[in-house]
Design a protein around this ligand. Structure first.
Ligand code: AMP
Ligand code: ZN
Length: 466
């Protein structure tokens, strides 16, 4: 049975969805104002592993993952460039999905954009005004925290004592609020200001928190199973989402809350504002593979901080290679006549250890250890006795199961088609004619790596598969 650490209770809890066999979950997505960095991707890969493991456990899934395509940075940057917010965010949305896919993440079922859900946000705000959980001040609408006594139940931040005591945690620069803790649901904008949307309570634009309440409840209902995101979202973002959603519906918002820890660099949290970050593209340009980056980011359990180093990334690169070579070796191994060995027991034990580790609050480090143990033991057997047909199937089946959850083995090398080979050989001849031996050697090596052997004969160049 899967156990997850629920931030609401600060305890490990058995995971039981509200509806049997089906999980509805929401994960806060990126703000598309720039390239996502690998810290952001640590959180998103954690979300992907959680998603894949829920599917592995047999649940049907509705997973919503939003794009925040409006916030102050987006508004300021697009205004500075004299373009609309849509024009500004469009390339970053494209880059984001390219990186997300390249890192082997599965696309969630629903990927809504904030600016396409303003109507739903306005509806919640209207409800909150109506039932006394929100009020107007100087044309903007604020959430009235005094009307929601449970405020603080997620982050466990105590607001008792005087407001000054809480002033480092809340926005005190607005004196038009009833209480320093109150936060904006709707910000007044001028008649001609862009972006702006008309609402019964005046033209404005939404605050950040209301968008996730609106998009989650639209696609998952007023109460759903699981809400996740990075650690820094606990407060104020998720606390405010709870206040808005529960204030409007009067019902529990999310049953489980799961938060992943930071990626650090030199022991400082990686962030755009500090400038101490690498994007996925930075690392690709340096020649690191998406699989190694993914492996590194998921190798430490999500509730532990992870310090990024290039040594760690290089080690991940060779680990990935070892795993991929293992899979190829098992595929190609000559079959023995089936004398009994311990391989099927080894595989069975590895699968059990893997599942027990993942059940234990997604302990990816222990799950990886189970895989590496199996690889080591099966390699030894292959070297001495080979595998029987059944053993080979059992090992490959286990690898496929591990990979369905972690996505670290990657696609198998595609076999080159005959016409691709012919084209490469023609290109190589052409390169040699131009005395471009570097390119010629590169093509020879590429073909060799795919098992294609070139032979110079008196009738010209011949090739064959190894
Ligand atoms: P943002 O695009 O700023 O809205 O952030 C997207 C996600 O990345 C959020 O869930 C953040 O909690 C998460 N995040 C930001 N910095 C880090 C970091 N250094 N390590 C892990 N997650 C992070
Ligand atoms: Zn959110």
């Amino acid at each position: 049975m899967l156990r997850l650490f629920n931030t609401l209770s600060r305890q490990l809890e058995e995971f039981e969805p509200i509806e049997e066999g089906r999980v509805r979950m929401y994960i806060c997505g990126p703000t598309v104002w720039n390239f996502a960095h690998i810290g952001n991707f640590r959180t998103f890969i954690f979300g992907d592993v959680l998603r894949r493991y829920l599917k592995f456990k047999g649940y049907e899934l509705t997973h919503v993952f939003n794009l925040t395509d409006i916030d102050d940075r987006i508004i300021n940057e697009s205004a500075a460039r004299g373009i609309s917010i849509d024009e500004f965010t469009a390339p970053y949305i494209t880059y984001f999905w390219e990186d997300f896919d390249a890192l082997g993440n599965e696309r969630p079922e629903v990927t809504p954009r904030a600016t396409e859900h303003i109507k739903e946000m306005i509806e919640i705000i209207a409800k909150l005004i109506e039932n006394g959980h929100a009020y107007e001040s100087d044309g903007s609408i604020y959430y009235r925290i005094a009307a929601f006594p449970e405020y603080g139940k997620l982050s466990k931040i105590s607001f008792e004592g005087n407001i000054a005591g809480a002033s480092d945690r809340v926005d005190t620069d607005k004196y038009d609020k009833e209480d320093a803790r109150d936060f904006a649901l709707w910000k007044l904008v001028g008649e001609d200001d862009m972006p702006g949307w008309d609402a019964p309570f005046g033209r404005g634009r939404p605050g950040w928190h209301i968008e996730c309440s609106a998009m989650s409840m639209k696609y998952l209902g007023e109460t759903f199973d699981l809400h996740a995101g990075g650690m820094d979202l606990q407060f104020p973002h998720h606390e405010n989402e709870i206040a808005q959603s529960e204030g409007a519906s009067g019902k529990l918002f999310s049953k489980y809350w799961v938060h992943s820890e930071f990626l650090k660099i030199d022991d400082v949290t990686m962030s755009k504002s500090k400038g101490n970050f690498f994007t996925f593209r930075d690392l690709r340009e340096q020649g690191y593979s998406p699989l190694a980056i993914r492996y590194l980011l998921l190798s430490v359990p999500y509730r532990k901080q992870l310090n990024f180093t290039f040594e760690g990334l290089k080690a991940a690169e060779s680990t990935i290679e070892r795993l991929r070579n293992f899979r190829s070796l098992v595929k190609e191994v000559a079959l023995n006549t089936g004398e009994s060995s311990s391989v099927t027991d080894t595989v069975e034990a590895a699968l059990q250890k893997f599942e027990a580790a993942m059940d234990d609050d997604l302990n990816t480090a222990a799950a990886l250890a189970a895989i590496h143990d199996m690889v080591r033991e099966v390699n030894t057997v292959i070297a001495s006795a080979g595998l029987s047909a059944d053993e080979k199937i059992a090992v490959l089946d286990a690898v496929a199961k591990f990979d369905a959850v972690l996505g670290i083995f990657g696609k198998e090398d595609q076999e080159l088609l005959d016409e691709d080979i012919e084209a490469l050989i023609a290109e190589r001849q052409e390169a040699r004619r131009h005395r471009d031996f570097a390119r010629s050697d590169e093509i020879r090596d590429e073909l060799a790596a795919k098992g294609i052997i070139l032979e110079d004969t008196k009738d010209g160049m011949r090739w064959r598969r190894k």
